[in-house]
Write a new protein. Structure first.
Lengths: 328, 355
């Protein structure tokens, strides 16, 4: 197995490069993605190698980036749209929900909406307002869309390629706070399917589920818990819509205790969906109610105080204490 | 107020007039063809309104008064061109070959689409105002990349002209020199909103600000609309970029069958536009210049009546789809929630009942 160490940003770049090489119908479109290589440099060097017709610097209008990608999809192209930051996706919300999600259905399956909308999401980079949000639930609730999130460079490299090849529209959530962290990437074999959830660490006492930036935080919490004699099983949801419940159910049948971690607020969130669905499926295995560790119900705070908003190791361990506390 | 820049080749009285840049290239048979199209589409519209009033359609969006604009534009298209309509483009759909009964499926609420958009090269109706303008520009960018000599045309109204998507599509089309024609039917009213609230300048004058030509044509003059659209499509196909056509017309009927225009517009205005009818002026021209006989007009009417009869039969025979069909084509690939929903519906015994 040939692996190489690279950052998530580089892994996405390499994954996109491979997608462009494999299929001439693949295009990239977004703001500042050409000469600049994107504000996060995810598309660095790609316009130089694949030309301005395939790596398209877009005028600054998100609805048009997605809306023209719809027209390109009808013409047979597969466009990877880069939305510069999570908080700038809302101008495109109408196109995504009204058109991208529905046109396969409205055309009785004639149109294939094979396009990817890349969304750097979640906080933790000390940014100013509108640069740290977690809008995944808006899209997860919309029938016709699929939503995935990577948490490691290896996943980033493979999931972006799998997303480009998929025939359904995919909201691809990238945890921007992990862009610069390195990991091993296997350049030959994809580790998992695009819509698989994955057990990142096995344990016995509590099942802790997260995605994106939260996975690493949960793994740190698991290390600390271990020193306290508690064994956490950590699951990376990866696919937020649809959810891959199988590994989660198996885990919960073993541990009987559930904690879900997300940066988004609780209300009508992926965390809420996971707790509700898993409680329905695993009721007789559960020894405590599932607990969500989430952002608070406030607009994303100024980043100087974002650490108090984002789920921390301490808050995760506190939730673990609470689910463990239901038994004497 | 009709702008002095309005392109017109046929007056409301059916007299030809000359224009410095455009002349009619159509012969008598072709003009008779346009007349036939307009009569049939008006008949289709009236029959659909009746069907709605009789409880057979959930809604209908009348096109009466706009037949000249839609037939002129629709017949200017080449077969390989692709069109992106709103929800009122029944005349364009007719020109693209969409069967009338398919146009009514969405209004009978038995589907959310209605026809195969690739077969007719006419996209499914778009109800969210202006969304389709961006699809047209994106499609046109694909045509460019394919090196194909095809044009793309999108249709919207004066109401949608205020939507961000339409204005963004102007920016995109100009920046990428996309082979697209924006066909705006200014029918003066967006439900109750007058076009004067949508724009402080004539709509066609917006285009130069975006970097491409805009032209206002008498939307009730099918000959002028045909020539103006033909040239704009040719320009798009030959790499000369986008055009905004403002077809100046009038919505003679209500916005939809749920609307009551007497609450917001005066009869006198409607009366003025009655004298500008797109069909009557062509009939006058045909009778005078081409000696088309009354019996020929009678034949066209009879054909339209026959179409309406068949349309009525087809619509009445259109039952609701099997509820289980709601799970089809939501996704291209298998999806667990689709499977779960389908399973539950089968277990409940809802499927197959037709209700």
């Amino acid at each position: 197995m040939a692996t190489t160490s690279m950052t998530m940003a580089k892994a996405l770049n390499e994954g996109l490069r491979r997608a462009l090489e494999k299929d001439k119908k693949v295009l990239l479109m977004g703001e500042d993605i050409g000469k600049l290589g994107g504000v996060f440099r995810i598309t660095d060097g790609l316009q130089k190698d694949f030309g301005e017709d395939r790596v398209i610097d877009a005028p600054l209008a998100e609805s048009a980036i997605v809306g023209t990608a719809v027209g390109l999809a009808i013409r047979g192209y597969r466009t990877v749209c880069e939305i510069q930051f999570d908080g700038f996706v809302y101008p495109a919300f109408d196109q995504i929900v009204s058109q991208v999600a529905k046109l396969h259905k409205r055309s009785d399956g004639v149109y294939t909406m094979g396009l990817v909308i890349r969304l750097p999401f979640q906080g933790g980079i000390g940014a100013i307002e509108h640069h740290s949000e977690s809008p995944e639930a808006y899209f997860a609730q919309t029938a016709g869309l699929r939503v995935v999130s990577c948490s490691t460079p290896n996943d980033a490299y493979w999931m972006i390629q799998q997303a480009v090849e998929h025939d359904d529209p995919i909201i691809f959530c990238e945890p921007k706070s992990r862009y610069w962290e390195k990991g091993e990437v296997d350049l030959d074999t994809p580790p998992h399917g695009l819509f698989d959830s994955v057990v990142r660490r096995t344990g016995e006492d509590v099942t802790v589920i997260g995605y994106g930036s939260s996975v690493k935080t949960i793994l740190r919490a698991a290390d600390t818990a271990q020193t306290e004699g508690r064994s956490l099983e950590v699951i990376d949801a990866r696919s937020l819509a649809p959810l891959d419940l199988g590994p989660m159910i198996s885990s919960l049948e073993k541990t009987g205790r559930l904690v879900v971690v997300q940066e988004a607020p609780n209300t009508a969130s992926l965390g809420s969906e996971l707790v509700a669905t898993l409680t329905e499926r695993c009721f007789y295995s559960m020894r405590a109610p599932g607990i969500r560790v989430s952002g608070y119900h406030v607009p994303y705070p100024p980043s100087r105080i974002e650490d108090a908003y984002r789920p921390s190791v301490e808050r995760i361990l506190d939730a673990v204490d609470r689910v463990m506390g239901y038994e004497s | 107020m009709i702008d002095e820049k309005l392109v017109q080749l046929l007056t409301p009285e059916g007299e030809r007039i000359s224009h410095p840049q455009y002349e009619s290239t159509l012969g008598g048979d072709q003009i008779l063809g346009l007349y036939r199209d307009m009569v049939i589409v008006r008949r289709l519209c009236n029959e659909s309104t009746s069907l709605q009033r009789q409880g057979q359609l959930a809604l209908w969006a009348p096109v009466q008064g706009q037949e000249g604009a839609q037939i002129g534009a629709g017949r200017a298209l080449e077969p390989m061109d692709f069109t992106f309509p709103s929800y009122r483009e029944h005349g364009v759909a007719w020109c693209r070959g969409v069967p009338p009964e398919d146009m009514l499926r969405i209004f009978r609420a038995v589907t959310t689409g209605g026809w195969d958009p690739q077969k007719y090269r006419h996209s499914v109706p778009t109800v969210v105002l202006g969304n389709q303008a961006l699809h047209a520009v994106g499609y046109a960018m694909g045509v460019q990349r394919d090196g194909a000599e095809e044009a793309v045309m999108t249709f919207f109204g004066d109401g949608a002209s205020s939507q961000g998507d339409v204005l963004e599509s102007f920016v995109w089309a100009a920046s990428f020199n996309a082979p697209v024609v924006f066909f705006c039917q200014n029918n003066q009213w967006g439900i109750s909103t007058p076009s004067t609230l949508q724009s402080k300048v004539p709509l066609y004058r917006r285009a130069p600000g975006f970097g491409f030509p805009g032209i206002r044509v008498d939307g009730n003059d099918v000959l002028a609309v045909y020539e103006v659209t033909k040239r704009a499509l040719d320009n798009a196909r030959t790499g000369n970029g986008p055009t905004l056509i403002e077809a100046y017309t009038y919505r003679m009927g209500a916005h939809t069958t749920s609307d009551d225009p007497t609450r917001y517009r005066v009869d006198a205005e409607v009366e003025v536009w009655k004298h500008r009818d797109p069909i009557e002026r062509v009939k006058a021209l045909l009778a005078r210049e081409y000696r088309v006989k009354g019996s020929t007009f009678d034949e066209v009417n009879a054909e339209a009546d026959l179409m309406a009869l068949k349309l009525r039969e087809d619509v009445l025979a259109m039952g609701p789809p099997d509820p289980i069909s709601m799970f089809e084509n939501v996704y291209a690939d298998v999806h667990p929630l689709i499977e779960e929903g389908r399973r539950e519906m089968i277990e409940l015994g809802v499927s197959g009942s037709g209700h």
